[in-house]
Design a protein around this ligand. Sequence first.
Ligand SMILES: *Cc1c(COP(=O)(O)O)cnc(C)c1O
Length: 475
Amino acid sequence: MKEQLRQIPPIHELQHTDRFERFTADQNLSFEKGTELVKESVSLIRKSIRENNWDGPQPGTVRFLEAIYTHAELLNKKKFSLSLHKVINASGTVLHTNLGRARLGPETIEHMSNVAGSYTNLEYEVEKGNRGSRHTHAEKFICELTGAEAAMVVNNNAAAVFLILSALAKNKEVIVSRGELVEIGGSFRVSSIMEESGAKLMEVGTTNKTHLHDFESHIGEDTAMIMKVHQSNFIIKGFTSSVESGDLVHLTRKYDHVVYYEDLGSGALYDFTKHGIGTEPLVRHVIEKGADLVSFSGDKLLGGPQAGIIAGRKDVVNLLKKHQLARVLRVDKMTLAALEMTLLHYLKKEEHKIPAVNGIIRQKEEIMQQSMELMAQLKQRDVSYNVELVEGKSKVGGGTMPEVELDTYLISIRHSQFSSHELHERLRMHEPSIIARIQQERLLIDLRTVSTGEQVEILQALDIISNGIKTDDQN
Ligand SMILES: *Cc1c(COP(=O)(O)O)cnc(C)c1O
């Protein structure tokens, strides 16, 4: 090992060679920058040799010198590599929060891209030639789809809750059923948001049962709001009862100074129950029942960009639009573009163009067909994989419809040399990363969330991994 280390040329010798000059020219680097990278490369190689895990060419050879530069090039490339990148979601969880929830459809992306590259009428009225409001853009579509009088869009649903409580209930009381004081994935706690907003939480009822009289007996002069929080990510089973939206609307109507607000969490605009999926109420139905205000996420069941949508009574929404926080929590033109195109798909009844909706309602037969194709192609290419088609379940994800299991087919993959964990690691480290599931020592691929183009990429990745070609050398 000492001999190997001795054979590594010193930096000052490397610096004055044609090879070094070619390296800096190719990489468009200054002499100093080039030196820095070569130094870093040599020091990493030294470390590998010392730790006995250098499997490159022997020091002293021409190939070793090449290895120094290849390494330095890689280091240079890494410095400019972006952090956010594409991931193939082969987990079958449609709204995977860690993988960025909803993906957007092609027409939505096109609209976003057009808007991003140009000046826009974001806050400009073209007809009158004067200043306009960014709140107008998605509002018309939201109202048409939900039946609400007015609407606005903020950064996400957590922001919507915060704005509503701050603007309408600061230093006043908000009555919430104890059974609905939940923590939602990504550390969203209704009670904490309420505290931050300055509203006073008035918990009523018990964890499993809350009755109408629990609300009624707590309404006083200081009450600003009755709030219902949709139980997105958990279910209380057994001896339970909660108060219906309709009854709470009825109660609130008796008091002029009290607003009835529902945090819907997901906010479905599409009726998934007609496919037998979940029991998510339609936003339209909650508005029809007479809720003064509702809020919901843009990137949960709706399948759009991250956003919080507020819809309801015009006078109440106008108060929110004028509040200072509306400026703090406002969204940009790209979010509005993505949201409005997603909403347009609903209006035109072309929900199949929304990948999240499509992913949730996909039939298992179609997934089976796609899986069989991939398996056949894989068998043709490589014999070191043992593949099998198994029945399984996919999830909606994003903290929505936790009890719902979507029937699916899974490709179970085993490799003759790698464990399922090693195989998964290699898939994750591939470009693009592929995220699957592991169950009982089997790697499971769920094509519910995989496009046909991505199916080809998975095939290529499996091929490369099995042939031992390093993914680093790709692209
Ligand atoms: C998800 C959720 C939120 C937070 O929404 P984000 O858009 O993720 O900020 C708030 N309330 C409920 C009931 C939710 O389910």
